[in-house]
Design a protein around this ligand. Structure first.
Ligand SMILES: *Cc1c(COP(=O)(O)O)cnc(C)c1O
Length: 413
């Protein structure tokens, strides 16, 4: 028998898991608040929060209680039946999103499922008269075949062609939207901040213009709030900063605080499009998932974490600027969804250096570090982040300096 080694988990992962992602960076065994522990007992500050998912941090008592008590009461009955937590969450999401009396909620189990439902909503609205659906270059809406067709990243689509037809991609400008729009467009899909593209906010005034233009042409405006929702940007949902009313939004990630759940929320007339038999999900909206998401949102509300996201985000920006690193160009984003723009394509090296220093962040592209901590962080976590991130940036900046000083590189310059 082979002896167990410290890298056994890497061997297991390499052998047993589908190779759809690169090597896993760590084996985490426990979490508490904004901290994670690996199998060697080493502690990490988690400023990724499972990609903007763990809104309350890890093992928050409210989350733990909600899972345990609902699991002990009633977990799942199928959508032939309703349950109290499901109805309570639908009502809460309608209130928080401003969908109000005429709004409706469809529950799925992930972001992609929420966007699949939104895609079908767009088709129900457009029928054969409006076969065109607009999305933005660089947009990320999911990995299923429907949502991949909405994702404006040619390299992601390429191995899976042909795509579901009808989707066209635009630059993120009001002019491009104005030029593309006509009466054959069923819907426009947008993210308030393109998270996966590198935390890229829409241009100033874009959502307001998109609302006016889509309305004028009878197309739906569908806002993907999967990464920006649940208070992360300093509003319950990103579109609310623009003061508009969309036709539908999709949510997931932070809504469940770590429990897999997604939802489509429709506003006004768009709420009448689905009819019996047009969509469904076995697990979607089950009592367990909706009880947990309801408890997470209640805690975000009770603890004032939406306001906190704005305050802590501003504090983080100031702290990052204060590091004064030569390889930081600036900070994009809003609230606690931030993208640190680097002067060189060294984001993967910064992520690796951060992990060495005990900090978890990630790189949505080569030149951006994404920061999306739990909404519960305070001064202690921000101070620790600043120290660790500063050390990681210095490690990479020093390596760059060495590289540019080496005679080998100079010869090629
Ligand atoms: C993560 C994400 C999705 C996909 O969500 P999954 O739960 O991974 O299917 C879709 N849209 C946006 C904006 C996202 O950030």
């Amino acid at each position: 028998m082979a002896e167990q080694t410290v890298t056994a988990w890497q061997d297991d992962a390499g052998r047993d898991l589908v190779r759809n992602v690169g090597d896993r960076m760590a084996l985490f065994v426990r979490g508490e608040g904004a901290y994670l522990w690996d199998e060697n007992g080493r502690r990490y500050l988690d400023f990724l929060a499972g990609i903007a998912v763990d809104a309350l941090g890890h093992a928050h008592p409210v989350f733990v209680d909600a899972v345990a008590s609902q699991a002990a009461r009633l977990a799942h009955v199928s959508n032939y039946f309703a349950t109290p937590p499901q109805l309570a969450l639908a009502a809460r999401l309608k209130r928080l999103s401003g969908a109000g009396e005429t709004g409706r909620v469809y529950f799925g189990n992930s972001g992609a499922e929420a966007n699949e439902a939104a895609f079908k909503l767009a088709r129900l609205h457009g029928g054969t008269d409006r076969p065109r659906i607009l999305a933005l270059n660089g947009a990320f809406h999911g990995r299923t075949m429907g949502t991949l067709a909405l994702t404006g990243k040619p390299a992601m689509q390429e191995p899976f062609l042909p795509m579901v037809p009808g989707v066209e991609f635009l630059d993120s400008t009001i002019e491009a939207l104005e030029a593309a729009m006509d009466e054959r467009v069923a819907a426009l899909f947008v993210e308030p901040i393109k998270g996966e593209a590198g935390v890229l906010p829409l241009p100033e005034g874009y959502l307001e213009a998109a609302r006016e233009i889509t309305e004028r042409h009878g197309a739906l405006l569908i806002v993907d709030e999967i990464q920006t929702g649940a208070g992360r940007t300093g509003a319950w949902f990103g579109f609310q900063h623009a003061g508009i009313t969309p036709d539908a939004i999709t949510v997931a990630k932070g809504i469940g605080g770590g429990f897999p759940i997604g939802a489509l929320i429709t506003f006004g007339a768009a709420s009448d499009l689905f009819y019996p038999g047009t969509h469904g999900s076995t697990f979607g909206g089950n009592a367990l998932g909706t009880a947990v998401a309801g408890a997470v949102l209640e805690e975000i509300e009770r603890a004032g974490l939406v306001e906190a996201a704005a305050v802590r985000g501003a504090q983080l920006r100031e702290a990052i600027a204060g590091i004064g690193s030569d390889i930081v160009e600036g900070v994009r984003g809003q609230g606690l969804l931030l993208g640190v723009a680097l002067t060189h394509p060294v984001a993967p090296a910064v992520v690796a250096a951060a992990q060495q220093h005990g900090l978890v962040v990630n790189a949505p592209n080569d030149q951006t570090i994404r920061i999306a901590p739990p909404l519960t962080i305070g001064d202690v976590e921000i101070d620790e982040f600043t120290r660790l991130f500063s050390a990681a940036l210095a490690t990479v900046a020093d390596a760059l300096l060495l590289e540019s000083a080496s005679p080998d590189t100079e010869a090629h310059a």
